[in-house]
Design a protein around this ligand. Structure first.
Ligand code: SF4
Length: 89
């Protein structure tokens, strides 16, 4: 007997991602790849009072100092995806 979870396809994690930080539409790149594994991912870090805050941007998008251009590491890859040479974002 099939399990209930087998009867329904897995939900897409991010059917529509907000923000203007993605170089292309998320999900139009190679299957199984994410922004985390892309060479265009850049990490920005800020230290305040002993605490670190990190946020991520796509280097192909014009840099703006706004959360609107932040991207998620687990966003599905876009068509501009390129294999990362550094696996530790
Ligand atoms: S997959 Fe790469 S090129 Fe596309 S938005 Fe993410 S970091 Fe940018």
């Amino acid at each position: 007997m099939p399990r209930q979870a087998d009867l329904f396809p897995a939900k897409t994690a991010h059917p529509r991602l907000p923000g203007e930080g993605y170089a292309g539409t998320p999900g139009t790149g190679p299957q199984g790849q994410t922004c985390k594994t892309c060479d265009h991912l850049t990490c920005h870090e800020h230290h305040t009072g002993g605490r670190a805050r990190r946020w991520y941007k796509c280097s192909l998008v014009k840099r703006r100092f706004s959360a609107v251009t932040d991207i998620r590491l687990d966003a599905p890859a876009c068509h501009q995806w390129a294999p990362s040479t550094d696996q530790q974002p």
